[in-house]
Structure formats: C-alpha cells, structure tokens
Design a protein. Structure first.
Lengths: 326, 301, 382
C-alpha cells in the first residue's frame, strides 16, 4: 500500500465532497438525501466490516452503537439555536465526535464481556446488547422515549457525509493493512494459533469493537441530522441485520465490496419502489391492489437474501472463493 | 400470597409454551450447531394452520370438542413438519459446510420471508382464533384463577415432552440423532444417513413448534403473522439457558423464562419485560455459557 | 489505489443519479390530474393501521373521482409504504414532493412517523393532513401541518370526565402501551383530569405492542382493587386484555379511546367486553347519511367493516378536496389557508372544525359494548 498516495487521495476525495456540497440546492432533494443514506450506510458497513469481516466477530448489535451516537450528537446540537456557518459546523463536528466517543464506550462495554464467546453465541449476545440499548432509549424520557426525539438542525450535507465516509474507509483500511492490523486477521483466522504466536486476541477484539462502534456512532450522528427525528424503533434488530447483510454481500473483509454493497442495498428499496410506481399509471392502478406490490417488496428482499446466501455467500464482489469449513 | 401464586401459575403456562418452542431450537442446534431463526415463524404458521383448518374440521366434527382439537393439532403439526423438512432441504442443506454466519443470515432471510409472506397472504390484522377446545368454567380456588385452557397447556406439554423423550432415547432414529449431535463425522462413518436424520430432526422440532402455536392461540386467541418473533426469541434464550443441545434443559429454561418474566412484569415493571429475556441471556452466557444443564465443551485445537 | 477509485466511482455514480433528477420544475397545476401523496405503514408491525387508513383514503379518492374530481381535474393518489420503519417517512415524503411533484400529503397514523415527515412538508410548503396522529407536537411543526383527529389532551379528558361523572368511579387503574406515544399521551391526560376531578389512580402498568400475555400486569392491577381500568391502547391488544382480565376474576369495567374501534375487537374479546366503554369519532350505527353511505361503500369495496382509521383516512382526503375547492386552486399556501378556515366540515367522523392549532375540533362519541355491539351512549362536545 502506497501510503503517501493514500493521504493525497483522501484529501482529494474530501475536497471533491466539499465542492459538491456547495451545489446541493441544485440537486433533487429526494436523491440528495438518498445519497446521505448511502454515505451513512457506507460508514456503518465499513465499520462493521472491521468487527465482522476482518476480526471475525459476529456482531448483530451495530444499530445500538449507531443509536448511542445519534442521540448523543442530537442532544448536543439541540442545545444551540441558529448559528452562523462556522459555529454551526464547529458544533456539528464536535457533536459527531462526541457521539462517536459515546458509542465507543458502548463498544467497550459490549466488547469486554463477550470476549470468551464464539460464533453464534457472540452473535446473539451482541443482538441482545443492541436490543437492550434500544429498550434503554425507549424508556429514557429525557430524549422522548417511545415518542421520539426531534433534532432541530439539519447539519448533514454531502461534504460531511462523504468526507467522513472517506475518513472511515481510510482509517479502517490503513489500520488493517498495517502491521498492527495483521493481528485482527490473525484473530479471525485462528484465534488459538494467534494466541500461541503471542498475539493477544482480547486486545484486538476489543479494539475492533471500539473502533467499529466509534464510526457507527459518527454515522448515527449524521443520520440524526439528516432525518431530524429519532425513535428507538429505528435502531433495532432489523437495522443491525441490514448492516450485516451489507458486509456479507460485499464479502467479509473486502472493503470495496462492502462499500459497493452498501450503495446497492441502499438503492435497492428505492429501485423496488420505482417498480411499484408502475401502478401509479392510471389504468393499471385498479387491477393491482396496492398491498400486493407493497408487501411483495419485502418478500422479494427476503427471498433475495436467501438466494444470495445460497449462490454467492462469498459476497457479490469478491473474487476468491469462500473458505469451506471441514 | 395469592397474587404471587397467581403470577406463578401465569408464568408456568407461558413457560410451558416457550418450552415447546425451545425444544425445537435446541434439537436443531444440538445436531447442526446452528440457530434456526425461522423457528419462531413455524410456531406462527402452526397457529395459522389451526386457524384455517378449524372450520374445515368443524364441518365434520363440530367444535368445540376434544376430538376436533386433537385433529386440528395433529394435522397442523404434520403440515409444519413437512414445512420444516422443505425449508431444511432447500435453504439449509446446501449450506451445511458453509461458515456459520452464512447460514445464520439465510435463516434470518427465511424468517423474514415467512413473516412478510404471511402479512401478504393472511393480512396483517390480528385474527380471532376459533374456540377449538371446550373451555370449562374457570376454577376459582382461594382467589386464584386457572383456566381450563391453561391446564390443557400443562397436560399437552407434559405429554409431548414424554413422547419426545421416548423418541430420542428409545427409538433407532432417536439414537441416530444423539449420535449425530455427539459427533457428526463418526455418525456418518457408522452408516447413519445424515440427511434423513437431520430432516427428521427439523420435522420433529417444527411439529413441536406447531403444537406450541395451537396451544398459544387457544390461550391468546388473537393471531397475526408477526406473533412468532418475540416468543421465538424468548424460546431461544430458554434453550441457551438450559444448555443448548440439552432437551430437559430447554424445557427447564422455558419454564424459568416464563416464570421470571411474569414475576418481573408483575412486581417490578412491565416496561422492561422484553429486556428480561436478553438480560438473562447475557447473564447466562457470561457466567455459565454451557447453560444450566449443559456440559462444558472443550475446544479442540 | 483501488479503494479510492471505488469511492470516486461511488460518488460519481450517486451524483449522476442525483443530477439526472432535477427538482420537478413544472408544477402539477399544468397537468390534468391533481397529484396527492400518501405515506402509510402498509407493511411491518403497524400494517393493520396503515392498511386501514389507506383503504379509507383510497375510497375517498375513488368517490371524488367518480363525482368528477375537483376544479375540473381528477385526483391521482400516489401511495408510498414506509414499512412502519423510522427513517422511511423522510425518504418517501421527499420522493413524493421532489420527484413525484405532489401538491399535498396525507399521512400518517403513527405520530412518530408524522413527526419525521412534517418538517419536510413544512419546508416545501406542502399541506400535510394526518388522519390519526394524536401527539400534539405534530401540528406544532408548522402552519402547513393539519390533522383530522382528536389530540390526546381532549380525548384523555373526555374519558376522565366520563369515568368520574357518568361511571362514578373513585379508583382507577391504568394499563398503558408504553411503546406507543398515542397510548402514553392519552394516559397522561386521563390521569391528570381524573385526579383533578378527585379520583385516585391506584395502579399503573404497561405493556408493549404485540404482547399477548397480560396476566402479570392484570394480576397486579387486581390486587390494587380499582373500580375501573383505563386501557388507552389499540384493539389488537384490548381484546386479549379484556379476556384475561375476566379470566383472572376482574369484574370492573374497562374503558379506553378510539384505538379500540375496530370490527375485530368484539370477535376477539367476546363477552369479556360487555359493559365496557370507549370514546371515538363516529358511531357505526349512526344514522347520518354520510356515515351510512361510507360504511356501505367500504364494505362493498373491501368486504370488511371500516374502523376508525379507515374513517379518518377517508375524511383526511375529503377535507383536502373540500379545501382545494374552496381555495379554487391546488396552490400550497392557498390550500393551507382554506384548510385552516375549515368549519363544520361534514366528515364521516363528525363535524370537523379546524382550530387555531390546526387540530380538529369535533365532538367525541362514547360507545358502550352491549350484546356484542357498539351502542351509542353520549356525545361530548369540545
């Protein structure tokens, strides 16, 4: 990896994002916000990839970390009224980082107790933690509980979303390809062998969780300031599954694949929606009762999931074959 | 005191149903080392099978009656057993040698498919489950109330447990199941047809889930396509609590979860009811991952 | 480096897509249909309510079109499913407004999802009418946001008064669905009023949407010995709650709000619901011609009896059409003004007057369940 060029590319990508965000008003609002969703999902998928893909820890509670980041960032920015351009962006980045740190602490709290667990058990426990986080927010009246929490400012824009996505990709990739990072992969491939060669699996597993959670928290903050309304239900098991599917589709440990999968899976529901739009053409509408297409969308999604796992479990974008357990 | 005993009875009834579902989870995990996420939805399908069957059976044997109840339950169990075999054959068998996460996601896909297809075909609104079994006047003994339906739950669960134990311990296929659970490769080498045994396991587990679905629907007569999610999750926790792969453990786990949850909801706060199951899960996995009755698995290098 | 190429490709692709869709400059006024957007939970955990309100809305649009439409144009209803999921309403409402060019938005039943979409409608000056969101905050978002249903303070107070004065209850227990802000809000205002009227709340328990077993909560409530139990939840759980309450030996009446209203309530709850009460918008056995007509048409089209959500969905579309007619245009600000001025609009859910806070001011009707039917008891004016 040529790191000198990596930094240039990073800065270049960030500059590009800044330029684009200046022209935001020209872009159709629907697609613009879809692009925010894409950016947020890229951050979530790449950060989860660090935990699931590179370190081999099945985490099904990623949405919980996202929730912690989202609420934290929202609470912070809600303290302020209208601010000028520089102050607003300053507050925003501080709020995002704070959200990330809060999520990182959550990651620590989840990572440490789950160290001894493997495979399915770990998956279920992380699912459990994710749900517990959701239930906590549901009962936290100070952030609205089940009634939801309004986020005053819509600070999220193209620059922040994709700029931070670029940063996430940079950090995760650099980390994994460094000497330190070899430890993650060693833990994933064979934990006992890794321990035997002097690598401390605990350290790597916890690090993976903490870093993964940190970026998930940042993604949560971006999400909060894009949707402008948070409910605990939006951070449940289904969300976590969606992110895991992105990692699997992309190919565990394959960063580009994961990015492409995140983009694909964010656009897929919209694509299916466009398909459903066919019946908006007068004349066809009466023949197709609406719930058919509406319901069928999710049925298609779940079938797609099954078919994908059966046919290309190594992910859509990976060229190497999946390791077969013996 | 009366209140406590009442809560206990409520918890036991709930726990029995959870136990039946948990058995299916634990059997599949014991043999395949895989959590069948779609199991809770088989439970739901059992209830719906009963819903659609009852009018047809009632045409021949009028409901409510014990006979029609048995018939409906029997046929629902058969339908779900067949469904279980089909799902295993097409969704899980091809992935038998794949990493665990792949199968997990597939199971989740199957679960989602059953739920959304259910909403599509059955409609999302809750349906009234017909009166299948005669409901006798409620017994009020010293302020306590036990419904005849709850008693039916206890009896049927006990009978099914006994039946299951018989199958697993005393029949040839049961022995084959235990052999597979112990060491799949050795079992195959001994001439056991792995595919048949696994299919049978799924069929058995699904049948139990269907029975649980009917019992549940009889006691809580509002069924909807998403009704299997929470009981499925709690039953899974029950299976882990008891020691995954361990049959009596699953039953015990179910009872414990049912009672604990009811007591907590009644005495402490019902808001955290759902979190209880997860809390127990995390606790048991941290303290004794092999479960209450399970044996510690040595990890081979 | 491959990763950066990937990012660039991704960014470029998204920009291309985004650029391709310029904001719809030509407004719907030039075309020959009036495009109205609807977002509802057609799938997911709250599908039963979303499907219900959608059916009502669709029926209204069909009725309007059969009568020739409004301002010489027919309506085109563009419905989007938000899957009962947070994050979806923002996306679909943006799509409806920016890509599909609708002139008004109808939706949603759940207050949290209405709250997510409302700022977007407000920002784009598109009138939004919620059929059934009861959280007061929804219409507070801005002057383009309206609703045709009660808000919690009113309904909670109605039931509290009824409980104290008509049923003469002294001690009440409350069983709330804590995951629903409708239920939480209703309970809050009920308690406030009940205590202010001299009553006492002896027990308060909660449950979650989708729960089937309430024996734990009911046993605790029974031990507190209330004269009545307020259950401000949805029919999906109330039926079972009533059943289990009677099984446990609780004989006091249960009462609740318009979430009870559904043809599925009595089949599930059966005899357990005899002598129970709830407040709602309309009485299915009302003799008003609009209601009779609506019920007949609904049953003919969908083969089921309409519930409160369907009726409200119907009214939300009808009042929108009425406002457009009065405004003489589909232009956002003018329709908003016409809506704000709506007075004594004859809806199937009663005579609706939009008050200064853009909420529906209309009388509540209290029904009793007698012999398996909903029987009218009294009307409470706002």
């Amino acid at each position: 990896m040529n790191f000198r060029h990596a930094k240039t590319f990073l800065l270049g990508a960030i500059a590009l994002c800044f330029l684009v965000s200046l022209f935001e008003n020209q872009i159709n609002s629907y697609w613009l916000f879809i692009s925010y969703d894409i950016g947020v999902n890229i951050i979530l998928a790449v950060s989860l990839n660090l935990i699931n893909g590179y370190t081999g820890q099945f985490s099904l509670g990623h949405a919980g970390f996202m929730a912690v980041g989202a609420y934290t960032a929202a609470v912070i920015t809600n303290q302020f009224g209208e601010l000028n351009f520089f102050a607003a962006n300053g507050v925003f980045i501080v709020a995002l980082v704070a959200g990330g740190l809060a999520a990182a602490i959550a990651g620590l709290l989840v990572g440490i107790p789950t160290l001894r667990l493997r495979g399915d058990y770990l998956a279920i426990v992380t699912l459990g933690f994710g749900e517990i986080i959701r239930v906590i927010f549901q009962n936290m009246q100070s952030v609205g509980g089940a009634r939801g929490y309004s986020v005053t400012h819509n600070y999220t824009n193209f620059f922040w979303t994709f700029g931070l996505a670029a940063v996430t990709v940079y950090v995760v990739t650099s980390l994994v390809h460094s000497t330190y990072g070899r430890g993650f992969i060693a833990v994933r491939d064979d934990e006992i062998a890794a321990e035997a060669t002097g690598i401390n699996p605990t350290k790597y597993k916890v690090t993976a969780f903490v870093i993964g959670a940190f970026f998930a928290g940042i993604a949560g903050g971006l999400y909060a300031h894009s949707k402008q309304f948070l409910t605990p239900d939006g951070f449940g098991f289904m969300q976590s599954i969606a992110f895991v599917v992105m990692v699997i589709l992309g190919g565990m440990g394959n960063t580009i694949g994961v990015i492409l999968a995140a983009i694909l899976l964010t656009l897929l529901p919209e694509g299916l929606r466009a398909l459903a739009d066919i019946e908006h053409i007068p004349g066809i509408a009466q023949e197709f009762p609406l719930s058919w297409v509406g319901n069928a969308r999710m049925v298609i999604y779940s079938l797609l999931l099954i078919v994908l796992m059966l046919t290309r479990p190594q992910g859509l974008f990976t060229l190497r074959k999946l390791k077969i357990k013996n | 005191m009366t209140e406590f005993l009442q809560q206990l009875i409520n918890g036991l009834a709930l726990g029995s149903i959870l136990a039946l579902i948990a058995l299916g989870y634990t059997m599949v995990y014991g043999i395949l080392r895989f959590i069948n996420f779609a199991h809770g939805d088989i439970f739901m399908l059992g209830a719906f099978a009963g819903f659609y069957l009852t009018p047809k059976i009632a045409a021949i044997f009028p409901t409510p009656s014990i006979l029609s109840g048995l018939l409906v339950m029997g046929i629902s169990m058969a339908i779900c057993a067949a469904l279980g075999i089909v799902i295993e054959r097409f969704a899980y068998r091809p992935l038998r040698r794949s990493p665990r996460l792949t199968v997990l996601i597939t199971a989740i896909g199957v679960s989602l498919f059953l739920e959304y297809a259910g909403q599509l075909f059955f409609g999302a609104a809750p349906k009234k489950f017909p009166a299948l079994i005669p409901s006798y006047p409620i017994t009020h003994v010293g302020g306590l109330s036990v419904t005849s339906n709850q008693i039916i739950v206890f009896i049927v669960t006990a009978l099914l447990l006994v039946g299951l134990r018989f199958i697993v311990q005393k029949t040839k296929i049961g022995t084959a199941m235990r052999a597979l659970a112990f060491n799949p490769d050795a079992a195959a080498l001994m001439g056991i047809n792995t595919d048949v045994v696994i299919s049978f396991t799924f069929a058995l587990g699904s049948a139990l889930a269907a029975a649980a679905g009917i019992l549940f629907a009889v006691n809580y007569p509002a069924i909807d396509p998403l009704m299997g999610i929470l009981p499925g999750l709690k039953a899974f926790v029950a299976a882990v609590l008891g020691g995954i792969g361990n049959l009596p453990g699953a039953a015990l786990g179910g009872i414990i979860i049912g009672v604990t949850e009811t007591l907590v909801a009644g005495y402490i706060s019902s808001t955290y009811r759902d979190a209880i199951a997860f809390g127990i899960l995390i606790l048991i996995l941290l303290v004794k991952p092999s479960g209450l009755l399970g044996k510690k698995e040595i990890e081979k290098v | 480096m491959k990763i950066w190429r990937g990012q660039f490709v991704a960014g470029a692709a998204v920009l291309l897509l985004a650029g391709c869709n310029k904001p719809s400059g030509e407004s719907a006024a030039n075309s020959d249909v009036i495009k109205v957007g609807e977002f509802a939970s057609l799938t997911g955990s709250e599908a039963t309510f979303g499907q219900s309100s959608h059916k009502g809305t669709q029926l209204a649009i069909d009725d309007l079109n059969a009568a020739g439409g409004v301002l010489g144009k027919k309506f085109q209803l563009l419905t989007e499913d938000d899957q009962s999921q947070a994050g979806q309403p923002a996306t679909v409402v943006r799509k409806l407004i920016s890509s599909d060019g609708v002139v008004a938005i109808l939706g949603e039943v759940a207050s949290s999802r209405s709250l997510e979409a409302a700022p977007i409608c407000q920002e784009n000056k598109i009138p939004m009418i919620s059929p059934a969101s009861t959280n007061p905050k929804v219409t507070e978002v801005g002057d383009y946001i309206f609703r045709v249903c009660f808000i919690d303070p009113f309904q909670g107070t109605v039931m509290a008064n009824f409980a104290r004065k008509t049923l003469k209850l002294q001690n009440a227990a409350v069983l709330v669905e804590s995951s629903s802000d409708y239920s939480v809000g209703l309970a809050k205002f009920f308690k406030q009023r009940f205590i202010a009227d001299g009553g006492k709340i002896v027990a308060e328990e909660n449950y979650s949407h989708g729960d089937k077993d309430f024996s734990a909560q009911l046993t605790a409530i029974k031990a507190a010995n209330p004269d009545g139990i307020f259950v401000p939840g949805y029919y999906t759980e109330v039926g079972l709650i009533a059943l289990q309450a009677r099984q446990l030996g609780i004989t006091v009446p249960l009462f609740g709000g318009d979430g009870w209203e559904s043809s599925a309530l009595v089949p599930i709850g059966g005899k357990a619901l005899e002598g129970c009460y709830f407040s709602t918008h309309f009485s299915p056995d009302s003799t008003a011609p609009e209601v009779r007509n609506f019920v007949k048409e609904f049953e003919a089209k969908y083969h089921e009896t309409p519930d409160a959500m369907a009726a409200l969905g119907y009214d939300s579309a009808m009042i929108l059409a009425d406002a457009m007619k009065r405004a003489g245009t589909t232009d956002g600000p003018k329709v908003r003004d016409a809506l704000a001025a709506a007075k004594d609009f004859s809806g199937v859910t009663g005579k609706i007057t939009i008050d200064a806070n853009r909420n529906a001011s209309k009388p509540a009707v209290i029904l009793e369940i007698k012999n398996g039917q909903f029987k009218y008891v009294e009307t409470v004016a706002p």
